[in-house]
Design a protein around this ligand. Structure first.
Ligand SMILES: Nc1ncnc2c1ncn2[C@@H]1O[C@H](COP(=O)(O)OP(=O)(O)OP(=O)(O)O)[C@@H](O)[C@H]1O
Length: 731
């Protein structure tokens, strides 16, 4: 009863009684005066055994027909979209709402001697109506929706990305269906089959209408019960009981068996690091951007790593070159212009380069990666769409993999692109070895060789102890490590990492980061890494690209982007305050005046005192600072002013005295930051100033927080000396 209100028991009990009492009443009605022998004679009479045997046979065949027809129907309904899909689903489920007798009439008009199809079959000497085949057809007609509904529901609750990952590992659509989709939804398929069998077993109306009632041919148990009702009511009750027992045995056997507990083999619920996730951690870059929270990763095990086998020759032998003797990865060029998603990005990546793709939610990072995997739904673009039609173009190592203008679309399995997501997406019905071997087998390697190679790779990447474990027996971090090995096993030319550490605890993330770091050192691959974590950028990336609103707003060497950010997102990630504006003629920064650091609007009037202005948050727009030597700024150039949170002094009242840059703020959050507290304040004042400054961070001691009585929602002033402000150009 945990979590449930007690009153629920009342309707639940009533419902159970509503089902059970009539069955009990029927049993009570049984005439046992002549002893059990009399009942036994009734049940074993030739008509009864014929009917039972026919029912079991036809229901079994009908169930097989339901699986053969219904499983593809469920797949199409759950995994595709097409015009009229709702109508199609309604039609498929029609037999659920139709009285069975109507179904029988419909079948008769289709397959009867003078029916739509039956008349042609008749010519060929094939009669369907009033045969055992007609019984199976009637049962299939009424039972099919049960299987489709059950399986479609199961498919929809399972993440389709398991199948997408399998495709990127090299599996053909049929292999994905056979080795991933069906095992994934097997419990749903079995439940659907049981439902279909039970429905077929009890079928009456359609059968009697379409197949008639001929003993041994079409007279199933429900028909026999109906006929006995007037001839011998006791026999009808005994046979009814028999039907109940058969239905109960079948249902109990399946539900109590290996498929009864769905979660046992359900990878969607296993090894999901999201279980231990701290959502706030990945949502706010500033929170995770604290290098003090983790120790740097060392290349300790890089030299031990051995190479994964090639995609078509899964020989587990070759060693990876020592770190430094970089195998050049493949050069990548990707162009994504999708009006629907507001994304317009053109990116080239050098061979072996690791590019961190940064940006706020909805910036277009996943879209960029999807374009590379070949999983982004698209259609061929035409010039008729306008001057800038949607366009996807992907080349890897000079080979065009996607080109919507020329209609090129190489499927994910032939791209040589490895894809790692936030969830490990390990296949729950396979152990770690078989998960890693999956890609090799999909490329034709014999099972024993693929497994041997997988074992060696797991050992090489320090995950050998997990070899025999299924995903639900692993922690989130262990599953993610196995997932990395699986992605590397097919030796992808390009590796796409879509926040693979985002849901992991700090310590676990460190292990997984180490695994990635070691693998990259041992065998450099061209890599795109989507992350919100400063450490990922610092330790894994050569270059950082910042996206905002579907555009590249910053692109440069990773360390430079973090130490000299030009976009607000990168500044926030790096824990730096960044203000955008234009250079003044005396070394200051006039806020706003151009599109802002991330392309946002902003234009400030020039009423401040250049160079030494105090920002009141209401009227002044010029920030005083020190212009970087190499900036070479001329007045009017786009520029940013940068200062560290620890350089910010916090006051409750407007500061006076020496000239300072001062900002009126409303405190939005306070969070621990190492030994200090970091206060975030939203700048108040005219829109131009708010656009140019946004949020500012200030670091202060716990004592200062207490003395100032700072709390979210309180007003305060953030002040920074001009000497602490660095000004440099943005283009
Ligand atoms: N299937 C889709 N159909 C239509 N638009 C989509 C779809 N998926 C994403 N978008 C839109 O495309 C834009 C880019 O989304 P995308 O998922 O690439 O962003 P992201 O940077 O990866 O965000 P996040 O950090 O939240 O994952 C967003 O405006 C989003 O709403």
């Amino acid at each position: 009863m945990r979590g449930l209100p007690r009153w629920v028991l009342v309707p639940a009990t009533l419902g159970a009684l509503f089902v059970v009492v009539p069955v009990v009443a029927m049993v009570a009605r049984l005439d046992v005066s002549g002893g059990l022998g009399g009942i036994w004679d009734l049940l074993t009479s030739p008509t009864a055994t014929d009917a039972l045997w026919l029912s079991v046979r036809t229901s079994s065949v009908a169930t097989v027909c339901c699986v053969l027809l219904g499983a593809p129907m469920a797949l199409v309904l759950a995994r595709t979209t097409f015009p009229g899909q709702r109508v199609a689903r309604a039609l498929v489920l029609l037999p659920l709402v139709l009285p069975p007798v109507v179904g029988g009439i419909a079948l008769l008009h289709t397959f009867g001697r003078r029916g739509l199809i039956g008349q042609h079959l008749s010519v060929l000497g094939v009669e369907v109506a009033f045969t055992t085949t007609a019984v199976v057809m009637a049962q299939t007609f009424v039972a099919l929706p049960f299987l489709v509904l059950s399986l479609e529901g199961s498919l929809r609750t399972h993440d389709a990305r398991y199948e997408e990952v399998a495709a990127t590992l090299g599996a053909s659509p049929t292999t994905v269906l056979r080795r991933v989709t069906l095992p994934l939804v097997l419990p749903g398929l079995v439940s659907g089959s049981v439902l279909a069998f039970a429905r077929a077993l009890g079928e009456f109306g359609a059968t009697i209408t379409f197949a008639g009632s001929l003993q041994g041919v079409t007279q199933t148990l429900p028909l026999e019960i109906y006929l006995q009702r007037s001839a011998d009511p006791d026999a009808a009750v005994a046979l009814s009981l028999l039907l109940v027992v058969v239905a109960l045995v079948v249902t109990a056997a399946v539900h109590g068996g290996p498929f009864g507990r769905e979660e046992r083999g359900d990878p969607a619920r296993s090894a999901d690091p999201a279980r231990s996730a701290d959502p706030a951690r990945s949502a706010d870059p500033a929170r995770s951007a604290d290098p003090a929270r983790e120790q740097p990763v060392g290349p300790a095990s890089a030299g031990r790593v051995r190479a994964p086998s090639g995609p078509t020759t899964p020989d587990p032998g070759p060693s990876v070159p020592a770190p430094g003797s970089a195998l050049p990865g493949a050069p990548v060029h990707v162009r994504v212009r999708l009006a629907e998603r507001g994304v317009d990005v053109d990116l080239s990546v050098r061979p072996g380069e690791v590019v961190a793709v940064l940006g706020p939610n909805g910036a277009g990072k996943s879209t960029l990666l999807q374009a590379l995997t070949g999983l982004l739904p698209h259609r061929r673009s035409t010039r008729a769409e306008g001057p800038l039609p949607d366009e996807l173009r992907v080349t890897i190592d000079g080979t065009v993999l996607t080109d919507t203008v020329h209609g090129v679309a190489v499927p994910p399995r032939r791209r040589g692109v490895g894809w790692l997501t936030q969830r490990p997406l390990l296949f729950g019905h396979l152990d770690a070895v078989d998960n890693v071997a999956f890609g090799l087998r999909a490329r034709g390697a014999p099972r024993h060789r693929a497994r041997a190679a997988a074992r060696e790779l797991l050992d090489a990447l320090a995950a050998g102890d997990l070899a025999a474990r299924r995903p639900h027996e692993m922690s989130g971090g262990q599953a993610q490590r196995v997932s990395i090995v699986r992605a590397l096993a097919t030796d992808p030319r390009v590796l796409l990492l879509d926040e693979p550490l985002a849901s992991l605890d700090v310590g676990v993330a460190q292990q997984v980061r180490r695994a990635l770091h070691d693998a990259q050192r041992a065998h450099p691959r061209t890599t795109l890494l989507v992350t919100h974590d400063l450490l990922d950028v610092l330790l894994l990336a050569d270059r950082a690209v910042v996206l905002d609103a579907g555009r590249v707003v910053e692109d440069g060497p990773a360390r430079e982007v973090l130490t000299r950010p030009r976009s607000r997102f990168a500044a926030r990630l790096a824990g730096i305050n960044l203000l955008a504006g234009t250079a003044t003629d005396d070394g200051g920064l006039r806020l706003g005046g151009h599109d802002g650091p991330d392309g946002g609007a902003g234009s400030a009037g020039a009423t401040g005192i250049p160079g030494t202005a105090t920002l009141t948050g209401t009227a002044a727009q010029v920030v005083a600072g020190v212009v970087a030597d190499e900036a070479g700024l001329v007045p009017g150039d786009r520029a940013v002013a940068m200062f560290e949170p620890r350089a910010v002094a916090v006051h409750r009242d407007a500061p006076s005295g020496s000239p300072r840059n001062a900002f009126a703020v409303t405190i939005t959050s306070l969070e621990p930051h190492g030994q200090l507290f970091r206060a975030w304040g939203e700048v108040t004042g005219p829109r131009e100033v708010r656009d140019a400054v946004g949020h500012l961070a200030a670091d202060l001691t716990a004592r200062s927080v207490a003395d100032l009585r700072l709390a979210p929602g309180e007003r305060a002033w953030f002040a920074v000396k001009a000497a602490e402000v660095e000004i440099y150009g943005t283009r």
